[in-house]
Design a protein around this ligand. Sequence first.
Ligand code: ZN
Length: 242
Amino acid sequence: MNIIPLGIWGGYPKANSATSSFLIEEDGFYLLFDCGSGVLSSLQNHVNIQQLDAVIITHYHHDHIADIGALQYAKLIQNQLAGKPKTLPVYAHNQDEHFQTITFKEHMKAVNISHANQIGPFAIETIKTNHSAFCLAVRIEVNGKSVVFTADTGWEPALIEFSKKADMLISEANLYLPYEGQIPGHMTGRQAGLLAKEAGVEQLLLTHLPHFGETEDLVKEARQHFTKHVSLAEPGKNYVLA
Ligand SMILES: [Zn+2]
């Protein structure tokens, strides 16, 4: 499984970057994980639009869906140029009226993610997170390797069992330690490290980063608890689980 961070920011992208999202590939099947601001531009450094096989949306905050409209137009144009439509399935929850806005003619189709346990080669599981909007953490497994995305969440004990023994945990770390307990719905670097330790994962990547302070401090916080490899997710780098 190849995992490429397309963006790592929470809220909005910094210059020439994107909000937290990932491209996941196995055996030529390309899965886009979240589609926030700047993602469509970043994505095309790695694949063309028609190579995308599926999309997962964790929740409907702007920094996770801002480029869905742009993706609809991209599919429209590329399908027209190809002369035949390749419908792109978008797996998302339907606990919000935004679900209805994803389907776009024959170009994109919303699929209720609670009805899906397999997307292409990937086995998937979801669990509701602790966030201000209904949001899903996602566990993806293929060929005996597993990655868990916390998506957006405050501290949520159920994520420990959900993330158990994952080869990689990709956790949000939107807050520095002084803000722990002050801002609901997001975790500190320390909490991401604690989750990684309690779940017994092999590796921790931090994403959904804040726009101030020294983001490497989030890594130091995580290392208070988690002694295996931890780093900030690096946009464009190919993380290989094999
Ligand atoms: Zn959110």
